[in-house]
Design a protein around this ligand. Structure first.
Ligand SMILES: [Fe+2]
Ligand SMILES: [Fe+2]
Length: 186
């Protein structure tokens, strides 16, 4: 089969796939270990949807005639380097919230790139729809925490994470192939 995507695009899509897979693994572990009954169902569903996203990127890449590249250094790896190990589920929820917002923003930008293959566009749109749902259920849990345990502390944490995310995103934007691939939009 002849490949129809450039090396740059293959890397970008493989990176997306790796980040989705990392998300699925994380949520799978949380669903596996959580002691909080109310979280067991949504965490499992979240794991499933991130796995579906990873599969969707895998299939898109494969259908376009390539094999996903091995990418193990993901966006979340950079969070880990700057933030360290989250200490509790609230920190994981807040990190996820910031990450999902970034994903949503990135996919929305990616959709504006000219000459994007229709199957890539379709995948982006499907994920934009799903990520909106992910942000929703996690927002509800974070808001509950804010009401019960103090909004100020929560706001401070979110601000810290948003600043960190901006730093990670700027760094990624300056790294090839992202720098060249997205030069018109980021
Ligand atoms: Fe996802
Ligand atoms: Fe998500």
């Amino acid at each position: 089969m002849k490949t129809t995507i450039s090396e740059q695009e293959l890397y970008v899509l493989s990176y997306y796939r790796a980040c989705e897979l990392a998300g699925s693994i994380l949520f799978g572990k949380l669903a596996f270990h959580t002691n909080i009954d109310a979280y067991r169902v949504p965490l499992t569903e979240h794991c499933l949807e991130e796995a579906e996203h990873a599969w969707r990127w895998t299939k898109v890449i494969h259908d376009l005639g390539s094999i996903p590249l091995k990418v193990t250094h993901t966006y979340q790896t950079e969070y880990g380097k700057l933030f360290g190990m989250p200490e509790n589920i609230l920190e994981i929820f807040c990190l996820t919230q910031v990450f999902e917002k970034r994903t949503l923003d990135q996919f929305t930008k990616h959709l504006q790139l000219p000459n994007t293959h229709p199957s890539v566009k379709e995948a982006l749109q499907k994920m934009i729809d799903d990520e909106t749902g992910h942000i929703g259920w996690i927002r509800t849990e974070i808001d509950k925490y804010g009401r019960d345990s103090g909004q100020e502390k929560l706001d401070a944490l979110m601000q810290k994470l948003e600043k960190m995310d901006e730093e990670v995103y700027q760094k990624l934007s300056q790294t090839e192939p992202f720098k060249t691939y997205f030069k018109e939009i980021i």
